[in-house]
Design a protein around this ligand. Structure first.
Ligand code: IMP
Ligand code: MG
Length: 181
């Protein structure tokens, strides 16, 4: 285990089994369609890559980057598009793939923004949910795991850009981010 990680919350086999399960559900629900996965950078890139490889239907991927917390561990509520989609999603079946929903502000903003582009359908597939922290109501259509209100890293999730490459999801030791805040 990494020295900055206090405990492992979800180990690699647990995550991989859930990703296969979500991919099976998506493959079933989008049978006969070719959905566009919208990977929300950077946190969702590993989840999206694994999810895609288990889909049995044709699919496209596009990427969007939105403002993150910087080095802080709480949402500011200010959402800004740093990189937009390459292609129009008008008439497409869209699945937003996100690493974690916390306050719900990011996904609420994104849904509104993406609906205005007139997709045929729009759903969200989110790996982790911290329901205790919600500031605006939002229920993901596809969800991996609920997690407690602790700052987690690994499997794409970062703190200050670090720890994304860990194959598991772990709770960061509080002293690691208290040093910087
Ligand atoms: P929301 O707008 O508060 O729902 O924030 C969602 C975003 O916050 C995610 O895309 C993550 O980038 C970030 N985030 C929230 N909680 C954590 C965490 O525990 N670890 C790493 N990133 C997090
Ligand atoms: Mg993120």
């Amino acid at each position: 285990m990494h020295q900055d990680v206090a405990k492992v919350l979800l180990d690699e086999p647990t995550i991989q089994a859930k990703v296969r399960e979500l991919a099976a559900r998506l493959s079933e629900d989008y049978q006969g369609k070719c959905p566009v996965l919208i990977c929300i950078l950077k946190g969702a890139f590993i989840f999206t890559a694994d999810l895609m490889r288990h889909l049995t239907i044709p699919t496209r991927v596009d990427f969007m980057a939105i403002s993150s917390y910087g080095n802080r561990t709480r949402s500011s509520g200010v959402v800004q598009i740093l990189k937009d989609l390459d292609r129009s999603i008008e008439g497409e079946h869209v699945v937003v793939v996100e690493d974690i929903i916390d306050s719900g502000l990011t996904l609420t903003y994104l849904q509104e923004n993406l609906w205005s582009r007139r997709p045929a359908s729009l759903r969200s597939c989110v790996l982790l949910d911290k329901p205790s922290r919600r500031e605006v109501p939002f229920t993901p259509d596809y969800l991996g795991f609920q997690v407690p209100d602790e700052f987690v890293v690994g499997y794409g999730l970062d703190y200050a850009g670090l720890y994304r490459q860990l194959p598991y999801i772990g709770v960061l030791k509080p002293e690691v981010y208290q040093k910087h805040s």
